[in-house]
Design a protein. Structure first.
Length: 253
């Protein structure tokens, strides 16, 4: 088929081609009008040098370091206490499940950077929630870190007291086992060193801070103009195919 014949078929069935284009474009416009647009707002946080690995009340590890943060640390972004605090601050009458469905968190491997994203049908609310969730998360980690530090401190103190008691018992016994005493003293020194390290890192235990607030938002998905442009292309191709099918049927009759 040459170009002249091709154009002739299109002209002969131009109303069918136009009808297909109109139907496809109308469907896209109607679907877009019924569906709500979604918007994303992002915040960025940086975790400090915390190395306290005790678990919080939910049994999750909160370890973080300057090199990277754990997967469970990322999961804590959507923990119930964080969601509840964010809803309390924003005064939204939502369930934590609904808010959790709009929140996601991610971390680039081996980095202390944490990204929080909120996707909502209202751009202003997306920004508000992103900032509220980030602030609630920082507060939550601070509280958990302090509790974990206190638990670790109490555990070390108890261990140190126990070792000191054993050393005292060995020294007061009639037959002193010098090797046992030496082992206990080494153990005491090791616990003391760990305790000193714990104290020195306490200042960084809750060092999670927001470095980039959600000052802007972006639309998710294609704009209506892009959808209509694609619909025009699909409608044109579909109309041409249908035109040649109709032309083939016409010639066979």
């Amino acid at each position: 088929m040459d170009l002249v014949e091709f154009i002739g078929v299109i002209k002969r069935w131009k109303w069918m081609v136009l009808a297909v284009i109109v139907v496809v474009v109308a469907y896209v416009i109607f679907s877009s009008a019924r569906s709500q647009s979604s918007y994303e707002a992002h915040t960025t946080l940086v975790a400090g040098l915390s190395q306290i690995t005790s678990s919080d009340s939910q049994g999750v590890n909160i370890a973080a370091s300057g090199q990277g943060i754990s997967a469970t640390f990322v999961q804590l972004v959507t923990a119930d206490p964080v969601m509840q605090k964010a809803l309390q601050d924003t005064k939204l009458n939502w369930s934590t499940t609904r808010l959790r469905s709009e929140v996601s968190a991610s971390n680039t491997q081996d980095t202390p950077v944490l990204s929080i994203t909120v996707t909502d049908t209202d751009p202003g609310r997306a920004r508000l929630l992103a900032n509220s969730v980030s602030n609630a998360f920082v507060e939550y980690i601070s509280d958990v870190s302090k509790t974990s530090f206190q638990n670790a401190q109490n555990e070390m103190t108890s261990q140190l007291q126990d070792v000191e008691k054993q050393i005292s018992q060995q020294n007061s016994s009639a037959h002193v086992d010098t090797s046992t005493v030496k082992a206990l003293q080494d153990r005491r020194d090791a616990i003391t060193k760990d305790y000193e390290d714990l104290i020195s890192m306490a200042a960084n235990a809750s060092d999670v801070r927001v470095t980039s607030s959600a000052d802007d938002y972006q639309r998710v998905g294609m704009a209506n103009a892009e959808k209509i442009a694609i619909a025009l292309g699909i409608g044109l191709i579909g109309g041409i195919v249908l035109a040649f099918i109709s032309e083939s049927v016409r010639k066979s009759l």
